[in-house]
Design a protein around this ligand. Structure first.
Ligand code: CP
Length: 306
């Protein structure tokens, strides 16, 4: 059983929780590849997907995971809601819960908003991304995809490359990969690497060629211009010249490495199309695994209860 009634982040869950989620996700992956993809596990559970920020993969993946588990599902998008009329986050969620909802999957631009809610409402909360803080199900599906491709995560060398400063994927990945025994490096312009990062036990590199030569897996991140209030590098063209990954760079290595990306990709900036679509890339496997991993998270949380 999971050690926590909510999934707020990876920082405060146990290695055993991650292993249980992976084991359960493997079973669900087998289920969703059958002709009949649905199981009745969450038939009496109602889940609200409450998204205050844009999403393609995470929202659709949660919705599909919920439907594959036979849960009742409602979707909330802040852009078409009464938040526009001034309603608070807590009032919004309490009104949704008054409709007899059991679980809230939420994405919000404010760091800590799922933690805030988990202390104030009577429902299980799943963090689908809180600002620049954590994106726990992305880290779980990334770890699951590495394990599937390489057999295990422990002992593998993972380089996280790009805008580390604004990335919730980076932080959740660091927590998850370290708990699973991987070696982790972050790579990007010095201005986009937080000063505290070495205290998390990761290596820091500013030369992307050295990072690629070191790693077994490169998890490449998007430059999050929408979260940047100041300029962290002169231009996107210069970012691509120094940190963009292209096929020629991979061919110059004396080994095969795996390329990952949480999406959305900015093609031609952090990754060239001939890398994103190459045999090195497991980007769409990550998306496929996201459904099974989210099924596992929802199933195990419902089993545990509040
Ligand atoms: N990886 C990810 O969170 O993608 P979305 O923003 O499309 O959900």
């Amino acid at each position: 059983m999971l050690s926590t009634p909510h999934l707020l982040g990876i920082k405060n869950i146990q290695k055993e929780d991650i292993e249980l989620i992976f084991e359960t996700a493997s079973n669900f992956k087998e289920v969703i590849n059958r002709p009949i993809k649905k199981v009745p596990s969450l038939r009496d559970v109602t889940i609200a997907n409450v998204f205050f920020e844009n999403s393609t993969r995470t929202r659709l993946s949660f919705e599909l995971a919920e439907k594959r588990l036979s849960a009742d599902v409602i979707n909330f998008s802040s852009s078409s809601s009464s938040v526009k009329k001034g309603e608070t986050l807590l009032d919004t969620v309490n009104n949704i819960l008054a409709m007899k909802v059991d679980m809230i999957v939420m994405r919000h631009s404010s760091v800590g908003s799922p933690h805030f809610l988990s202390k104030r409402v009577k429902a299980q909360i799943v963090n689908a991304g809180d600002g620049t803080h954590e994106h726990p199900t992305q880290a779980l599906l990334d770890g699951f995809s590495i394990r599937e491709k390489l057999g295990e995560v422990g002992g593998k060398k993972i380089a996280i490359i790009g805008d580390i400063l604004h990335s919730r994927v980076a932080l959740s990945n660091i927590f998850a990969l370290k708990k699973l025994g991987a070696e982790v490096m972050v790579c990007g312009p010095t201005t986009l690497i937080p000063k505290y990062i070495e205290s998390l036990g990761v290596k820091v590199e500013t030369d992307v060629r050295k990072a690629l030569a070191w790693c077994d897996v490169a998890n490449v991140l998007r430059i999050q211009l929408e979260r940047q209030q100041i300029k962290y590098f002169p231009s996107l063209r210069e970012y691509t010249l120094y940190f963009g990954i292209n096929k020629k760079m991979l061919e110059s290595l004396d080994k095969q490495i795996i390329i990952m990306h949480p999406g959305p990709i900015n093609r031609g900036i952090e990754l060239s199309s001939d890398v994103a679509d190459s045999e090195h890339s497991i980007i769409l496997d990550q998306v496929e695994n996201g459904v099974a991993v989210r099924m596992a998270v929802l199933y195990l949380l419902a089993e545990r209860g509040l």
